[in-house]
Design a protein around this ligand. Structure first.
Ligand code: ADP
Length: 369
């Protein structure tokens, strides 16, 4: 493409219009011109076309920018809306949590206060109960002593009267005096039991530990019980097989425990067998003796097996009427076993018989060792 002046347009400084700005505009228009030949033939029209194209492109660009801006704004709005929502949601969750935490804190505080009130009330009630229990036990211990003295006098005088009656040949009257004595002795036993229990509960019973020969102790018990066992038509068997017969215990208390369960076995068995056995037992490396008293008597219902160890508890009133007793013997025996560092348990089958097992540490209660 040739310039009419012989120069290539835009290359010849002489052909350049004086105004540099117009020249630049023309250069730009020439560059934009779709057809360089048309520009050469009619630069003005070509420039206008180029300008129109540029204007259209600019308009398109502006539209594009506006659209983009709108889209961006929409996007921004969406994002901010979402962010706001999310924020609200979290705020709600946080608020909820706050409320929950506050409610829990208030609840916990209330519970704490309630607990502390309850604890104080309980401690007060316990102290009062302990004081009342000590007062009751002290009262029982004193009153029992006061009752025993005149009772012993009654029994003693009844004995003298009985001897006098026999001496003066009024034997028929001795029957009444015998009844008086039996009743008094029963009352005395009852008082003795109440006194024992009261003293144990008041913590006033000390165990006196001494090395005790178990074989001798069991032998003496058999001798003591022989007459009443015979009276009930029972037979007492003994099986003692212990490797350490010398045990550290309170012999009087052990005697009291065994007399009670042997006495019960004899009381609730008629024309049957009572077996007293002793054997070794080792638990956690410690040596124990197991002393069991098994009878073939009336047995104990399963639901009464534990309650019979409660004070004043008997299996049923009819048996009490039939067999007598206070319902205190086993309660005392269990507490005494505890004091000796041992235990007492029972197994039984109705109409088949019962087995009581006393387990005692050979070397005495743990706290004494
Ligand atoms: P008590 O014999 O003076 O009534 P205990 O505390 O010694 O009091 O015994 C409580 C109850 O346990 C008895 O009244 C009796 O019902 C039951 N019991 C104890 N030993 C036996 C036994 N060997 N056979 C059947 N019942 C028994």
């Amino acid at each position: 493409m040739n310039d009419p002046s012989g120069h290539r347009p835009g290359r010849d400084p002489a052909a350049e219009p004086p105004d540099a700005r117009i020249a630049a505009l023309l250069r730009a228009a020439a560059a934009l011109a779709p057809d360089a030949a048309a520009f050469a033939s009619d630069p003005r029209a070509a420039a206008e076309t180029a300008l129109a194209v540029a204007a259209a492109e600019l308009a398109a660009l502006r539209a594009y920018r506006e659209r983009t801006e709108r889209q961006m704004e929409e996007l921004f709005n969406t994002i901010t809306a979402y962010a706001a929502l999310e924020y609200d949601r979290r705020a709600v969750v946080l608020d909820d949590n706050d409320e929950l935490i506050n409610a829990m804190a208030i609840g916990l505080n209330m519970m704490g206060e309630e607990l502390s009130h309850t604890m104080k009330a309980l401690v007060r009630a316990r102290d009062e109960a302990l004081a009342a229990s000590r007062a009751k036990s002290a009262f029982l211990a004193n009153i029992s002593h006061e009752l025993r003295t005149p009772l012993n006098a009654i029994i003693g005088y009844a004995e003298i009267i009985r001897e006098d009656l026999v001496e003066t040949g009024q034997d028929a009257l001795t029957l009444d005096v015998d009844r008086l004595q039996v009743a008094s002795r029963h009352l005395l036993n009852l008082i003795q039991d109440v006194l024992d229990l009261a003293r144990i509960e008041a913590g006033r019973v000390d165990v006196r530990l001494e090395t005790t020969d178990l074989r001798t102790l069991l032998q003496e018990l058999q001798t003591t019980l022989a007459p009443s066992v015979k009276d009930a038509g029972n037979v007492l068997h003994a099986r003692v097989q212990v490797s350490r017969p010398q045990i550290l215990t309170d012999p009087l208390r052990l005697q009291q425990i065994l007399l009670n369960i042997l006495g019960n076995a004899n009381k609730f068995t008629v024309g049957g067998d009572i077996t007293l056995s002793a054997g070794d037992h080792v638990e956690h490396g410690r040596d124990f003796v197991d002393i069991t008293v098994a009878d073939t008597g009336i047995g104990i219902p399963a639901d009464k097996l534990e309650t019979i160890f409660d004070a004043f508890t008997q299996v049923d009133e009819t048996s009490t009427r039939r067999f007598g007793g206070t319902g205190l013997g086993l309660a005392i025996s269990r507490r005494l076993c505890d004091l000796l560092g041992g235990s007492i348990v029972v197994t039984s089958e109705l109409r088949r018989g019962s087995t009581f097992r006393v387990r005692l540490p050979v070397d005495g209660p743990e706290r004494h060792r």
